[in-house]
Design a protein around this ligand. Structure first.
Ligand SMILES: Cc1cc2nc3c(=O)[nH]c(=O)nc-3n(C[C@H](O)[C@H](O)[C@H](O)COP(=O)(O)OP(=O)(O)OC[C@H]3O[C@@H](n4cnc5c(N)ncnc54)[C@H](O)[C@@H]3O)c2cc1C
Length: 398
């Protein structure tokens, strides 16, 4: 038996002994048991925390990271075996967080070793939850137009400004923030700063959304003192780091959207949903138009999943590139189409807002249909992704 096979057996035995049976059901979109981590997050099922802690203790939440960064230092082959066994056993991810998906990759690439040792382990263990301070009232697509000022006062920066659309800022412990350290240079005057949300001078105000749920907040920063050691990279290097982070963000959104492509909020395949609402004839969806629409949707889901896999395999060790703009906008449009189709399938029940006579699933279809509208805006709008693809992938002139 090879060493890798022995490792596989050990992993399998460990999962059997340690995976909480109460987490056997797959995690649903927007579940209160999403393992965001952090000091403020509370889970409906306490086993979410148990699983997070057990995986963290093994370093298996981030298996390839070095032990001093909170990982297990596994080789890519061992990490692949671990992921295969976790998937085969139907295990939920121990941590899903902006820290893991967006910040950690740029800390690995741009931060000092001291910063990595300080900030990465709490991300791996799910102890600190991060939010993203990029957008401002006057800087969304034109992100480099941001105005939040960070004034160099010797041993610290003094930060003043406002961020908007900051998802889960009210739940986060820290924020990774784009700030202006030089007003003379648009792109070259931006720096990348890590700020403790408990710092005096930070005020968070939630924003309501059309879907009734609100992950959004405004973040106001007034004379916030941030130690110099929280600057990642050099002053003025923030734009390079910001763009790299966005590639990781878009790759994560692509994977996230693809995972949810198949079914209804309750995990029912679209064909089953259509059969139950539009009736069935000879085991097929009775309505020919819906049958055609569901079949088209499923073929496209398959094609997008394969494209995503090809892009991931081609990027290899380099990680995400500008190609993530293609997969992100493809996934966004397809997910929006899926929600339109679900509303069509449910007909009147697709406009259910809450309560009887509608089921929980019908209410969720309606709310997630509204939420899906943001897919082509978050992480950069689809128009901006098309611009990136034109310039960086196809090499077209401005
Ligand atoms: C669900 C969701 C979560 C988000 N979470 C966060 C977060 O956590 N942190 C954060 O910082 N931000 C977050 N955002 C904000 C998001 O990044 C911005 O909304 C987005 O970048 C667009 O900026 P804007 O809203 O200012 O729109 P604008 O930039 O004003 O764009 C308005 C319209 O003009 C189009 N447009 C603008 N410029 C061009 C151009 N050059 N070419 C073609 N078309 C153009 C856009 O495509 C869009 O259709 C989130 C947004 C959503 C929807």
């Amino acid at each position: 038996m090879s060493e890798l096979d022995r490792f596989r057996d050990d992993v399998r035995a460990w999962i059997a002994a340690n995976y909480p049976p109460s987490l056997r059901e797959p995690l649903r979109v927007d579940s209160p048991d999403t393992p965001w981590g952090g000091r403020k997050t509370r889970y409906a099922n306490p086993d979410v925390q148990v699983w997070m802690d057990r995986m963290a203790a093994k370093g298996w939440s981030t298996p390839e990271w070095q032990p001093e960064h909170g990982g297990a230092g596994l080789t890519p082959e061992h990490a692949r075996v671990l992921r295969e066994e976790l998937a085969a056993a139907g295990c939920r991810p121990p941590v899903i967080s902006f820290g893991l998906m967006m910040l950690a990759p740029v800390l690995h690439e741009f931060a000092s070793e001291e910063q990595r040792r300080h900030f990465l382990p709490p991300i791996a263990r799910g102890e600190i939850r991060w939010c993203q301070g990029y957008s401002e009232p006057g800087a969304g697509s034109d992100l480099a137009g941001l105005k939040t000022r960070a004034e160099d006062l010797g041993d610290h920066y003094l930060v003043n400004g406002q961020k908007i659309w900051t998802s889960y800022a009210d739940q986060a412990d820290w924020i990774f923030c784009l700030v202006r350290t030089n007003p003379e240079s648009k792109h070259g005057g931006i720096s990348f700063l890590l700020i403790d949300m408990a710092s005096p001078g930070i005020e968070v105000r939630p924003i309501q959304l059309i879907s009734g749920k609100s992950p959004f907040c405004e973040v106001f920063l007034t004379d916030v003192r941030v130690p110099k050691q929280n600057l990642v990279g050099k002053p003025g290097e923030g734009w390079k780091i910001a763009k790299r982070l966005l590639q990781h963000e878009r790759a994560s959104i692509s994977t996230h959207l693809q995972t949810g492509l198949g079914g209804s909020p309750a995990g029912r395949p679209l064909a089953e949903l259509a059969r139950s609402y539009a009736g069935e004839r000879d085991g097929r969806i009775a309505d020919a138009h819906l049958r055609d629409a569901v079949a088209r949707h499923e073929m496209r889901s398959e094609a997008i999943a394969l494209t995503l896999r090809r892009v991931q395999e081609e990027s290899g060790k380099q990680g995400p590139s500008a190609l993530s703009s293609i997969t992100k906008s493809l996934g966004a449009q397809h997910n929006k189409d899926k929600h339109e189709l679900m509303v069509e399938i449910l007909s009147l029940a697709g406009t259910a807002w809450d309560g009887a006579p509608f089921t929980d699933e019908e209410v969720e279809v309606c709310r997630q249909w509204l939420r899906s509208k943001g897919n082509s805006i978050e992480g950069g709008t689809s128009e901006i992704q098309t611009n990136i693809v034109a310039k960086q992938v196809l090499g077209l002139p401005d």
